[in-house]
Design a protein around this ligand. Structure first.
Ligand SMILES: [Zn+2]
Length: 326
């Protein structure tokens, strides 16, 4: 298998990742899954709040402009490959995040998957925030099971989201319709997230991957403080995810625990949600089992109730419309 560096999420900071055939064929480690099966699960019905899917069936699901099959890395991560990865580890539901680099703003692989597996998937879509009426596309996708919208700095035609008419429309419309805004940002953009949360205090917000604090290998106190500061906006949540990309970027990921403690103290477990960010969590020596194990097994201050929230209930509320998850 050849190795290619693609326009993946961490393009600006990741170095080329080696993907071996064994890593692809072997995840999750069968040994790990069997060992886990021997223990009673602490949390039933775990939800992974963030995975991507993509397919080589580009007749049905064309790639984004400029992308070819050679760019897909790993070569595929279909709905079935995702299910085969997560189900042995007790994960029952998954929030699918539109993969804009590969599939652009055509969200149909995500929405078709939601339709084909009732009750299993929710979705976070990508739309063109600079289009004349972004709220119309939000409504259309909402009817197809999408519950949130991913945004990145610069989208909407302005450096600052506050200066983009379309972006402001999205934040306002999300609050009116109970949808979530899901920023994917680096730490230096957290003040802009804070400003938007202040401007749209009723909008549910889920910040991806700890705001990528630690993406350059260093978990800075000032960045953690900016992230924790978002807790003053009561509808803001943090996705505890993408461990492969943060800190040491290798299992057991325990260097992330002090940051998780800070966020736990600031937000409480009801506004934190675990996610894997597959398939990226499955390569370069990282595994799905190690991602789950950090929250389920490796943090001593988390109570069983805390884990219920972080591994299921928070995502159930935000992405599956369960007002009061059992
Ligand atoms: Zn992702």
């Amino acid at each position: 298998m050849t190795m290619t560096q693609t326009r993946r999420e961490f393009l600006s900071t990741m170095t080329t990742t080696t993907i071996t055939a064994a890593a692809l064929a072997g995840f999750p480690s069968t040994k790990r899954a069997e060992a886990d099966d021997d223990e009673p699960p602490v949390v039933e019905g775990i939800i992974d709040a963030h995975s991507h899917i993509w397919t080589r069936d580009i007749a049905a699901y064309p790639l984004a402009k400029g992308q070819t099959l050679d760019d897909l890395d790993p070569p595929s991560f279909t709905t079935q490959e995702l299910l085969d990865t997560v189900q042995p580890l007790g994960v029952k539901r998954v929030v699918l995040i539109q993969h804009r680099p590969f599939h652009g703003i055509d969200n149909s692989y995500v929405t078709d998957t939601i339709a084909q597996h009732p009750g299993i998937f929710s979705g976070v879509g990508c739309i063109d925030a600079a289009a004349p009426h972004p709220e119309q596309e939000m409504d259309r996708l909402h009817k197809l099971g999408v519950r949130g919208f991913r945004i990145r700095p610069g989208e909407g035609g302005a450096d600052r989201w506050a200066d983009s008419k379309g972006m402001c429309t999205m934040w306002r419309h999300a609050s009116e319709t109970g949808l979530a805004i899901c920023p994917l940002v680096n730490p230096e953009y957290l003040p802009e997230v804070d400003a938007m949360c202040g401007q749209y205090p009723d909008t549910a917000v889920v910040v991806d991957h700890f705001g990528r604090v630690g993406v350059d290998g260093t978990i800075r106190e000032s960045d953690v403080a900016n992230l924790a500061r978002l807790a003053r906006h009561k509808h803001t949540h943090i996705k505890v995810s993408a461990f492969y990309a943060l800190g040491k970027k290798q299992p057991p990921h325990t260097e992330l625990i002090p940051m998780i403690r800070r966020l736990y103290d600031a937000f409480g477990p009801q506004r934190l949600m675990w996610a894997s960010d597959s398939p990226y969590q499955l390569i370069g020596g990282n595994t799905y089992a190690d991602s789950l194990a950090l929250i389920r097994d490796r943090i001593d201050f988390l109570t069983p109730s805390d884990k219920q929230w972080m591994l299921r209930k928070t995502a159930a509320r935000v992405y599956f419309g369960e007002a009061d998850p059992a």
